[in-house]
Design a protein around this ligand. Structure first.
Ligand code: UT7
Length: 325
């Protein structure tokens, strides 16, 4: 028995931040951003939108799409790097909005969070859980330093959700999860936790904002995605040529291109929507995959390879046969 995605939902804020808007704020320009990242605009949460509100919106759509009621959901997993607040977990707020009383937990694995969640959800389905609601939701605009041109041009907000249930089909075929904590300092919010609680000094030092060593993360990202994707294919006894759709985490169009090239997967079979959303962390893979399902590119029986990487540094790949029952 395997697990498959029986319903999906997406939610992005109405608000858009274009490269032209950013030109007015920091020393950057449209040509640099497009050439170095592939990003043209991002969605930005309004004052009333939060990680939990976007997540709940996507979750409600996914439950309906799966033909279910909230009472049919037996477990909620919220993958996020930008939680609603430190305590309680974001799942508590999402569950309340959706009218759930099932168990819920947050999953912190950076931008690899949704793929980690797919694997965790599949495991819970294999253990007998009927319907798992998995949500990747982020408001990165709330943690990005508006004065740091190295990060503020990259990130955006959004949410994607999937219902997972048992299937007789092949469903999730293979996966790989990893984390190299020796590189944790390369992408972090240094303050606001147990190690460095919030003080006037941490605020003055801007240490509640996201910090990233971009070039080093870039190098590691390409390597991690390629190695993890290859290992996952090997575990399923498949080749890159068997993959109908490669769905990489949308962090940088050049990372996506380099990884796809090394894997030997052509651009026509690689899903890219970073131009419209930027990097939405754990929401990026569902945003790319489910847009392509909605517009008919991804079809029943297609082999989909999703690969993410992010803060930790984590990486995760999942190979699945797309099919809704
Ligand atoms: O999802 C989590 C994982 N995150 C990622 O995967 C992100 C990985 N990293 C990246 O995508 C890239 O490293 C960046 C997009 C962050 C930066 O691109 P890069 O090609 O690595 O640029 P760089 O950091 O080497 O900087 C090149 C130049 C520098 O100027 P000098 O020193 O050559 O004069 C930067 O100061 O570009 C400058 N620069 C900018 N210029 C205009 C950096 N950011 C900007 C900017 N606009 N926004």
């Amino acid at each position: 028995m395997s697990a498959t995605i029986t319903g999906y939902g997406l939610a992005v804020p109405e608000g858009r931040l274009t490269n032209a808007d950013l030109e007015a704020r920091v020393d950057t320009n449209d040509a640099w951003i497009v050439e170095r990242t592939g990003i043209r605009e991002r969605r930005i949460a309004g004052p009333d939108e939060t990680t939990a509100s976007l997540g709940a919106l996507a979750g409600a759509i996914a439950i309906k799409d799966a033909g279910l009621q909230p009472a049919d959901i037996d477990l909620l997993i919220v993958a996020t790097a930008t939680p609603e607040q430190p305590i309680p977990h974001t799942g508590a707020f999402v569950g309340e909005t959706l009218g759930l009383r099932c168990g819920s937990f947050d999953l912190g694995a950076g931008c690899a969070g949704f793929v980690y969640g797919l694997v965790a959800a599949a495991g819970m389905v294999a253990a007998g859980t009927r319907n798992v609601l998995l949500i990747g939701a982020e408001t990165l605009s709330r943690v990005v330093d508006p004065e740091d041109r190295g990060t503020c041009v990259l990130f955006g907000d959004g949410a994607g959700a999937a219902v997972l249930a048992a299937t007789d089909r092949r469903g999730i075929l293979a996966w790989d999860l990893g984390c190299d904590g020796s590189a944790a300092h390369l992408l972090e919010i240094p303050a606001g936790g147990s190690r460095r609680p919030t003080t006037i000094d941490t605020i003055a030092a801007r240490d509640h904002y996201l910090k990233m060593a971009g070039q080093e993360v870039f190098r590691r990202a390409v390597r991690a995605v390629v190695d993890s994707a290859r290992l996952t294919l090997e575990r399923a006894g498949m080749e890159p040529s068997d993959v109908n759709w490669f769905v990489p985490h949308q962090a940088n169009a050049r990372i996506i291109e380099a990884a796809a090239n090394r894997l030997g997967i052509p651009s026509e079979r690689t899903l890219v929507n970073i131009d419209r959303y930027g990097n939405t962390s754990s929401a990026s893979i569902p945003l790319a995959l489910f847009e392509a399902v909605a517009d008919g590119r991804v079809r029943e029986g297609d082999i989909v390879l999703a690969s993410g990487f992010g803060a930790g540094m984590t990486w995760a790949s999942a190979l699945l046969e797309w099919g809704r029952q």
